[in-house]
Structures are given as C-alpha cells and as structure tokens.
Unconditional design. Structure first.
Length: 299
C-alpha cells in the first residue's frame, strides 16, 4: 500500500492542525535567521544589495515565504514512528506505521492453539498476519506446517473434543515455536482458540499470558535482532479491546519482562497503514502511553 493516502487522511491532518503553535514558531524562527543573514551581509559587504533586493522584492518575498513555510510544515510534520528507550537498559521500543514484512528483524506471528497453517475458510484467513507471512515466505503451507510440527514434538497437548478441519492436537495458550527459513526468523505464538465453526477467539487475558511466555521464550531461544510485532488479536482474534489498549498491554508486558531478562535490543510495534487510517489511531496518544511505561518501569 502506498503511504500517500496517509498524508491526506483526516487523522494525519488533524495531528498537523494540532501543532499550529509549533509550526508558527518554526516559521518565525527561520524567517528571523534569513533576515539576520541579509542584514549582516549588507553591513559586511557594503554593496548596493538593497537596490538589488528592491528590484526583485516581490518575487524575493514570495520565495522566502515559500521556503520558511515549507520549513515550518516539514520540521513539525506528524511522525509515523515514535521511539523511546527503557531507562537503565540498552533497549528501545518503537511504534511505527508500516507493513511489518517490509521491516528487518524477527517476526511475531499470532496463531491458534492447534497451530493450523492451511489458508482458507474455517482456518487461517488470507489477510491475517499468519496468512500474509505464509504467502510471502512459503510456497506451500504444508512446508510451514511440517516445520512447526517438528518443533512441537516434545510439547504436551490435548485433543480437541469436537470435529474440525486441520489439526486436532491443541497446545497450551502461549506455546511458542521458532521457525527459521534462510535468513527469516519467526516466532509462532498460540494466542487464540478455534471453536467448532473454525472461528478464532481470544481475550485480553489470553494475550497477556501469550506475551509473557513469548518474552520468556525469546530470552532463552532468540538473538538480539529487532523483534517485530503487529497488534495481534485485534481483528481475527476478535478482541473487544481497542487497538491502543492492546498496544498498551504489549508495551507493559515487554517492559516488565525487561526487569529480569533481555529479549532484544529493539521491539517494533507495527500499525498497518490500513488500520491507522480506518481506526484513526493517534500516535501522539500512543507516545504518551509509551513514555509512561518507559519512564516508570519500576526497575
């Protein structure tokens, strides 16, 4: 998806308008610098620069106004990325509007407790994060399924007590599997259950359990490359909480985990541009959430 619609969206323009004081301050500041440079030049070089300026006064003023207004708008543009460092730790948390698979790092893929991989009705939605990951990095979903099943051999499981498509072995909420293919690393974490109709269902409690187990697993099985996570559970997990509330829980659980362990040097929480536009997410509000958890981590 092109990012151009973002810059003309109601949400983005509203954030722009809310910064009008900073924009005016930057315009007058830059205009003052230009005026000072011209004044100093006239004094030092003692040439008939004033006549030359008058000859081109109108066009010169228009040119300067375009430059200073453009500078003010550019320097105060709403950011599509915010970063905060956790105090006393060489660890950063970033919230970014992007397609997560355009970024480099280890991907967090939310899945169901039966670890199904087939894309289609009653199983994995094509537009879900798992569906997109499978289409991008695996020619055949069976290949992904086989890799996951190899990792699950030593894990305890139950058998679902109803008829369903796909796998019937069900693992604990928060079970994590690490998948590697070439230079791609992904952590599949069970954060939802499929019901008899093949519909995934989760809760904020399930998400918190899954996140806590995820950080623990990565701290002992992962590297220190960036960890990339979407706002999982918000759509196909059918959580009732808003997306900013889920972001809050992701940040909070990660900061708490950093008290006793190090999972990565950078966590990137990704908001897809479509969600950013559709749900009018406000990075300024998310920044306040991020700053709160990072400034008061209870270390």
């Amino acid at each position: 998806m092109t990012f151009l619609p973002l810059f003309f969206s109601k949400n983005y323009l509203y954030q722009y308008a809310s910064q009008w004081k900073q924009i005016l301050k930057s315009i007058f500041y830059f205009f003052g610098i230009i005026a000072a440079i011209l004044t100093i030049s006239i004094f030092l070089f003692n040439i008939d620069i004033q006549t030359q300026i008058k000859d081109y006064c109108f066009f010169g003023v228009i040119f300067v106004l375009i430059i200073v207004i453009g500078y003010g708008l550019w320097i105060n543009r709403p950011k599509l990325s915010i970063i905060q460092q956790i105090p006393h730790r060489d660890i950063e948390i970033e919230i970014r509007v992007a397609d997560m698979f355009d970024l480099k790092g280890s991907y967090i893929i939310g899945t169901n407790t039966t670890f199904d991989t087939e894309i289609g009705d009653d199983l994995i939605a094509e537009k879900s994060v798992q569906g997109q990951f499978t289409k991008k990095f695996f020619m055949d979903y069976k290949d992904l399924g086989n890799r996951i099943n190899e990792k699950l051999v030593t894990y305890p499981f139950d058998t679902v007590n109803f008829e369903k498509k796909g796998n019937v072995k069900s693992y604990e909420m928060g079970t994590v599997v690490k998948i590697k293919k070439n230079n791609i690393i992904a952590y599949f974490v069970a954060m939802a259950r499929l019901n008899e109709q093949g519909v995934a269902q989760s809760s904020i409690e399930d998400i918190i359990i899954s996140l806590n187990k995820l950080w623990e697993f990565i701290s002992t099985h992962g590297g220190t490359e960036p960890i990339i996570i979407a706002i999982f559970g918000s759509r196909f997990g059918r959580l009732i909480e808003k997306r900013d509330q889920i972001v809050d829980k992701i940040i909070q659980s990660f900061v708490i985990a950093c008290i006793s362990k190090k999972c990565t040097e950078k966590l990137i929480i990704v908001i897809h541009p479509v969600d950013f536009l559709k749900w009018n997410l406000n990075l300024a509000e998310l920044k306040r959430i991020l700053e709160y958890h990072c400034h008061y981590p209870n270390f």
